[in-house]
Design a protein around this ligand. Structure first.
Ligand SMILES: O=C(O)c1cc2cc(O)c(O)cc2[nH]1
Length: 403
């Protein structure tokens, strides 16, 4: 009998109620991808992690009720039933927990939440968490014979265990390391897993541990008593992948959403302004360009409604003012000219050609006058004396025509 082995304290196994798994020789055909199948055949609904069993192990008081009784955040459509595979449980306050449990009971509640557009699963934070990396460092003193095969299998299984996309699994393996566990040089392993805090919770971590220990048994033929697993939650500010921290990525997505919403709002605001402009000006010929400055540079601290109302009000005011202030003098004069033209002696008594010639002269004269006036207006010359001149000139003209 090996005395060193007798002295060695063994790490507690969660599934002590189960018969030990037979350990096939690592790398043997038929062992590939079998770890999950065998595990779930053995205990398909992971009843070893049910509350009563956990309570029997004296661990029930450590966990919140929702963690033990619900498994709502398992991804639908996964290969395994929600209870069979570890999934992340979002940390919640006690109040949130009871409210959520009351509100969404059962699977129907889960789907309602998962597929609702309002669901928290669409938030930038949830999106980042769902895609976030799982970094695994395996150090063992064993020699791995077929490293690439083992790496591939282990990565596949890690993706399943942590419910991550395969591309989010980062694995480093250090073999033939100098390890001294419990004073022995027997094969052993140190497995470190780094994830965002939201992927970890006490019960979830027990599941991870159980599955990872089985995985090490399967891949390396090393039992859990010779292994150490560290599940390390790295805060969002300290967790970076792809050149950005998780917090940075959340912020980036939030900003992109804001930009997108602002873009939508701008085009929506323009449409409203155009419609208002058309309806208040009675113009159906084509859209007028509304002032967009208030939309493009919205003052801070105001709601969306405020922007829309402000913009419409501004536009309406302009439209109201336009005919009074904006109509060109030449247009006003044109109507004045029409009146004069109508009143002028283009009448039955006169020869049509003469009348035409006279009218043409009149029009020319008026136009000349208009031009002068416009020039004067543009030069900000006082208009009053000119008006007097104009009256005088018109009187002279009428006198010439014998009116
Ligand atoms: O070299 C080994 O120790 C080794 C390779 C390998 C590949 C594999 O698919 C397994 O399931 C175990 C395993 N061990």
């Amino acid at each position: 009998m090996d005395s060193s082995k007798e002295k060695k304290p063994t790490l507690p196994r969660l599934d002590t109620n189960l018969p030990p798994a037979s350990a096939p020789a690592p790398g043997q055909p038929g062992t590939r991808r079998s770890v999950f199948d065998r595990r779930f055949q053995r205990n398909p609904d992971r009843s070893d992690l049910e509350p009563e069993k956990l309570a029997g192990l004296g661990i029930h008081p450590l966990f919140r009720e929702d963690e033990i009784t619900t498994d709502e955040n398992a991804i639908p459509g996964s290969r395994f039933s929600p209870k069979t595979i570890a999934t992340h449980v979002k940390q919640k306050s006690a109040e949130e927990t009871s409210a959520t449990t009351k509100k969404k009971e059962g699977l129907a509640g889960y789907y309602e939440e998962a597929f609702s557009s309002r669901g928290s699963h669409n938030s930038p934070r949830e999106r980042v968490i769902q895609e976030s990396a799982v970094i695994v460092e395996l150090t063992t003193n064993r020699e791995i014979k077929i490293l690439d095969l083992l790496t591939e299998d282990f990565c596949d299984h890690l993706a399943l265990i942590f419910q991550r996309p395969r591309a989010s699994v980062y694995l480093t393996i250090q073999q033939c390391a100098a390890l001294s566990f419990s004073n022995t040089s027997l094969p052993g392993y140190l497995l470190k897993v780094y994830t965002l805090p939201s992927l970890m919770a006490p019960l979830t971590n027990m599941r991870y541990t159980s599955l990872l220990a089985d995985e090490m048994q399967e891949l390396l033929d090393i039992g859990p008593e010779q292994g150490v697993i560290l599940l390390l939650a790295v805060p969002e500010d300290n967790f970076a992948a792809g050149g950005a921290t998780a917090s940075g990525e959340i912020l980036r997505i939030e900003r992109a959403h804001q930009e997108e919403s602002l873009g939508l709002f701008r085009s929506f605001g323009k449409q409203i302004s155009r419609r208002r402009l058309k309806s208040s000006s009675g113009d159906t010929s084509g859209p007028l360009s509304p002032p967009t400055s208030s939309i493009q540079s919205p003052p801070t601290g105001r709601g969306l409604k405020g922007f829309i109302n402000e913009d419409i009000a501004t536009v309406e005011q302009r439209v109201e003012q336009r005919p009074r202030l904006g109509m060109k003098k030449s247009v006003q004069n044109f109507f004045g000219r029409r009146r004069l033209f109508d009143r002028s002696p283009v009448d039955k008594n006169e020869d049509q050609d003469t009348a035409k010639g006279k009218n043409a002269d009149n029009i020319q004269a008026y136009e000349q006058k208009d031009q002068e006036e416009e020039n004067q207006e543009e030069n900000q010359v006082e208009a009053k004396p000119k008006n007097q001149e104009r009256v005088k000139w018109e009187d002279e003209e009428r006198a010439k025509r014998g009116e």
